[in-house]
Design a protein around this ligand. Structure first.
Ligand code: SF4
Length: 358
């Protein structure tokens, strides 16, 4: 899409920032403060319903994905209206919103229904400037990418991939039920199609050494994502991980280790990559550990102070990959057939909350 603002992905360096922060990026793009409004359209997940596995990721509270709970969800249009009111109450100077399809796997539905729900969200309010769509790397067959590409011709669209780590033991530990080949395949089919490709990474996975996390940083650089969300591993109630943390079986990363790891990570990725998050958290009443992630402002100050102490910035230790990501060939689609069966069908999922209130 054509955005009226600056598309200079290195402007942050002239602004004296330590990393390519998302808020400032959006302000440059859209000329004002942009906030996300989180939406739950009623999607489920192939890692929950049995298409690829059951049980879901060990950190994900996917009990809410059951059809019986889905029917009680408010419609997307209502969620957007009330979300916009809430954000406007909290922040005085918001000029636009991103409709953020956040929980579950938001490309896991018949593609005509996906189009309906995404277009409904974009058209719901004049101040909605674009979409962010969270998904898994094994859940983007060509039909979905073509749809997202089409939407991105008219609007800002970010497709957010849960890669989490490049290492199979970590993926297995989380019960992701996809492998890193799915991530490589998805990004190599997504890049250069007009939408932003954002990657989610978790730092502090048990068994992963500092060196392994840095290998993941280098892999993010090699694959050429446009944006990244870094999360510390955190545990919430009602999850397998939460039980293991409560029983003392699993220990969370310490705060100072996390701060140093984030800085090490950001130093290795390209300066052009937009940094959408530097930590993850959950509402205090659900969070088990670590408690330090609740204080995001202190964490941000500590990360900036560490950059300052080192005299470095995002990308200071970035080494360009041998093959420019833009020149990587587009591979054949490796989406599992069990997932395609759910997306490339003509049926409709009754639980999706796409009816308009108008
Ligand atoms: S893939 Fe995403 S939605 Fe599905 S269980 Fe894992 S974290 Fe939850």
């Amino acid at each position: 899409m054509t955005i009226s603002g600056s598309n200079d992905r290195l402007a942050w360096q002239r602004e004296g920032l330590y990393f390519n922060a998302f808020g400032a990026f959006l302000r440059r793009q859209f000329g004002g403060r942009i906030q996300r409004v989180s939406l739950d359209a009623g999607f489920t997940c192939p890692n929950v319903d049995g298409a690829v596995a059951r049980g879901g990721c060990n950190f994900c509270d996917n009990r809410s994905f059951s059809p019986s709970r889905r029917v009680r969800l408010k419609r997307v249009s209502e969620q957007l209206d009330s979300g916009i009111i809430t954000v406007r109450r909290r922040y005085k100077n918001v000029s636009g919103f991103l409709a953020y399809f956040q929980p579950a796997t938001n490309t896991y539905a018949p593609v005509d229904q996906l189009e309906e729900v995404f277009r409904l969200a974009i058209g719901q309010h004049p101040d909605i400037v674009g979409l962010a769509i969270g998904t898994r790397p094994d859940c983007v067959p060509e039909s979905v990418l073509s749809l997202v590409e089409g939407l991105a011709r008219e609007h800002y669209v970010s497709l957010e991939y849960g890669m989490q780590t490049m290492h199979q033991p970590g993926l297995d530990w989380m019960n992701r039920a996809h492998n890193h080949e799915h991530m490589i395949n998805a990004i190599d089919r997504s890049r250069g199609r007009g939408f932003e490709c954002c990657v989610h990474i978790i730092l502090g996975i048990p068994g992963e050494t500092h060196e392994m996390m840095m290998q993941t940083a280098d892999e993010v650089s090699r694959l050429g994502f446009d944006a990244i969300k870094l999360h510390n591993l955190y545990a919430v109630q009602g999850t397998k991980l939460g039980d293991e943390v409560s029983s003392g079986k699993i220990k969370m990363m310490e705060q100072d280790t996390y701060v140093n790891t984030v800085v090490d990570f950001l130093e290795r990725i390209p300066p052009t990559t937009v940094v959408e998050r530097i930590s993850g958290d959950a509402p205090p009443k659900y969070l088990i550990a670590p408690q330090w992630c609740l204080d995001k402002s202190t964490l941000k100050l500590q990360i900036e102070a560490e950059f300052d102490r080192r005299g470095t910035r995002q990308g200071s230790h970035y080494v360009a990959p041998e093959i420019d990501p833009d020149l990587r060939p587009r591979p054949a689609d490796n989406t599992p057939q069990s997932i395609r069966d759910q997306i490339d069908v003509r049926g409709r999922l009754p639980v999706l909350k796409i009816e308009s209130t108008n």
